[in-house]
Every structure is written in structure tokens, then in C-alpha cells.
Design a protein around this ligand. Sequence first.
Ligand SMILES: Cc1cc2nc3c(=O)[nH]c(=O)nc-3n(C[C@H](O)[C@H](O)[C@H](O)COP(=O)(O)OP(=O)(O)OC[C@H]3O[C@@H](n4cnc5c(N)ncnc54)[C@H](O)[C@@H]3O)c2cc1C
Length: 444
Amino acid sequence: MVEVVRADAVVVGAGTSGCYFAWRLNQAGFRTVVLETLALAEVGQSIDVFHMDEVRFDQFGLDHPDGDELLGHYSSGLAWSPDLEVQNKVDYAFYVMHKPSFHRRMHRLVRDTGGEILERVEVLGPIVEDGYVVGVQARRDGQPLEVRGSVVVDAAGIDGVLRTRLPEELGVETDAITVQDTLYVCLEFRDEVGEGMPTGLNFYPYHKAFWNPSRGSSVILGIGQPGGYEVAWQRHAEWREEYFCDPGRVLKRTQGRTPYRRSPYSLVGNGFMVMGDAAFQTKPFSGEGVTSSFTACQIAAEVAAGALKAGDVSREALWPYNVRYFRDQGARFASMFVQLPAAAELSRREVDFLFHSDLIFSSEDFEQMNLHYATEMSPGKMLSMGVKLLGGVLGGRFSWASVKRLLEVSGRAAKMRALYERFPEDPAGFDAWAAEARLLWGEV
Ligand SMILES: Cc1cc2nc3c(=O)[nH]c(=O)nc-3n(C[C@H](O)[C@H](O)[C@H](O)COP(=O)(O)OP(=O)(O)OC[C@H]3O[C@@H](n4cnc5c(N)ncnc54)[C@H](O)[C@@H]3O)c2cc1C
């Protein structure tokens, strides 16, 4: 006999997304069971130290970090030009935090609101009956386990163990993430870095790298690059050697993957929802994903609660999660995924020119991007940008081809945002919308 566990909602993954969703749904009066393949004490160990935006704690109803969780607080950071001559101050506060401790808090929130977390349970795939996802097949201590619920959630991280195994008729894309759509994040923890080295939060957009504080006087030199760990570590070494040589001593190196691609067109099917890294909800400009996933998890929990209350967990009933997510944050992220690769392809000289001219990489642009996930363009700002870029072209510091490319992508990005802001109200309009989206993404 296979052991069967039942709950209102089954959540795969006790990371930040799965726990935030479960906590919110428990608070709405439903019972969740969260399944985690690791021992709970191991969750978050591999990343160890991470950063969370201060403003998001109030937004998501979480107490600000304290005690073991809190390693530091920085009210601003610096964005550096490749030639290091310009440092733009970005007034946007981050906490530096101990990830395993934050996970412990999230686990407590789930349990204190009546949820259950089963550790060392490896989920193998969904159970689908009569066109609905009704549970998951899993394994605990080598024994089969079935966990059943009315709503089944994939919050299992980048590889999306459920989403990628759904039958086609559920209406959710099932393609696995590719190497090119993945950021390989490499972190090097160093200590005793000595005088003259950066302090506080430092971001090097041209290299997609950062120098941030860790615990005590130690620092993290990090990078996120597509193409694999080998490429990413190679770029890490080149960046570090060029700017800092070999400061202090290496305490440890860690690495991990984070998605860098558009979300699946639909995040719901009958009895099914996907969120967090499993739904590719990381911020396009930084690869961070904890708080941007909370946006989705909060909407998803509200929608799931309504559906459970009404006793209808069909794709139609769960659809408002798609609508609310894609018309807002999803639209901004889709637009950025069109725009940012063009900025990433600019030459070093061009990025230096933009920094020196206070264009695209300005303090204001970074602040708006962090806070609103978009940079607003007033007519005055656009005019001044046009004049400065023309000056750059005439002075040989910016290529005409790049101007054309930036104009082209900003037009496409605006179209993409408008398309997502028109995400269909119900599934009836979805096929036509998705066909339009495929065309637009195909051009990108
Ligand atoms: C090196 C690195 C540094 C980062 N730093 C930051 C940062 O500073 N700030 C920030 O906001 N973001 C950061 N990110 C991104 C961030 O870690 C993710 O966006 C975020 O953790 C996503 O949370 P999640 O819960 O969706 O997925 P995950 O954190 O991946 O959690 C998924 C959980 O599901 C479990 N699981 C997977 N498969 C199964 C299965 N088959 N059965 C049962 N359980 C399963 C996993 O063990 C895991 O615990 C970083 C990423 C990396 C790689």
C-alpha cells in the first residue's frame, strides 16, 4: 500500500516561494502541505548570504530581519562604469542576510499557521486524473508516497519538477530551461581584503558582477553569466584580476543557477499553479528572485483561496493569477527582457560613454528599476537622450548601429509591455494572445 497524505494544497519546494505561498494560504484558512527534497536545515545553505530589498518587507507583510538573519543593512549602493571613473550612487536599501536563517523563519510561518512541511521528500511528478492535477508522486526514505490536494503548486525552483512533466492538455508550456536561458551565479567569499578596496554594495553592470559585504569584514565577489559555470568562473576571474588583483584570502566559493527568461505564457492549469524560479519570475536586471516571486505568490495565494472556497479549481477559476501577475509585474519584466540584452551587448567603450553621459546607467534609472521594475521616459528625458547619443556618435564614442538597435528594442519593449497589459481576462482569449506573444518574442 502506498502511503497517502492529503491537504487542501500541495506545495512542492520549501524555498522562499513555496513557503510564502503556503503561509498566505494557511492564513486564509486552508491547510497546505509543503514537500522538500532536502533536510530543512540544508535549505539555503548553498547560497549562504543573500540580499533582500528593505522596502519589500512591509509590502509583503514580513517583519524586517533581526538576530541571526541580519548580517548588515546598506541604504545605498554604487553602480560603477567599466573604466571605474563614474560611480553612480543608487539610493535603494538592501539587507544582507543569512539565507538559512531566513528559511527557518519562513518554515516557522508555515507551521505556525497550521501548515505541514515534510522534509526529505523527493517529488517525482504530478498525478493527473480526469484532466486535473490532483497530487504528486513522491519518494521518502526509498518508499513511495502520494500527496493529494485540490491545488497543486510547483515552487520547486529552476527545473520545475511538475511543470516540465505536465501533459500538454493542461495548457502550460513544459519546456525545460536551457543553458542559454540560465544565469550561472558564482560567488567568491573573501576576507582581509585590505585597504583601498570597495566597501558597501557595489555593482558592475558591464561585467554583470558585484562586490558586496558578507558577514563581519568579509566580502562576496559575485557574477552572473549565461553559458555555464566554466564560462562564468572565467569571467569572474578576469573581472577580479583586472580591478582588484587577488585581494585577501578566499574563504570559499559557491555557485548556483537562476533563470533568465520570460515566464511560461500561462502559470495555471486545472488544479495547478507554478511560481518562483519554477515560473522564471527573477528580476531581469539583477537575477534576484526572492521578493519578485513574492509578488506572484501573494496573488496566487489569494486566487487559490478564492477557488478553494468556491470549490472550483479549474483553469478558469485559477486564471486571475495569470491576469493579475502578467498585467503588472509580468508586463514590466517581459519588457525588460526585450530591452536589457541590447544594453548587455554594448561595447565597453559605449557603456563608459553612457555612464559618463548619465544615460541608461544613471542613479535615477537604477533606483526606478529597483523600485518600479521600469524606467519611465518623459519626453524631455527622451529628447536629452537623443541629443547626447547623437553627440556620442559624432564624437566616435557610440556607434550608429547601437543607437539604431536601442531604438528598435525600445519600440519592441513598449509593444511587449502593452501586449502583456492586455493579458486575456479569461482562457477564451488565450490562444490568440499567445500567438501574438510568440510572434513578438520571435522577433526579439
Ligand atoms: C548564487 C545565487 C545567489 C542569489 N542571490 C540572491 C539574492 O541575493 N537575492 C535574491 O532575491 N535572489 C537571489 N538569488 C535568486 C534566488 O535564490 C531565487 O530566485 C529564489 O531562491 C527562488 O526561490 P524559489 O523558492 O522559487 O526556488 P528555490 O529557492 O530553488 O527553492 C525550491 C526548493 O524546492 C526544492 N525542490 C526542488 N526539486 C524538488 C523535488 N523534486 N522534490 C521536492 N523538493 C524539491 C529545492 O530543494 C528547494 O529547496 C540567487 C541565486 C543564486 C543561484
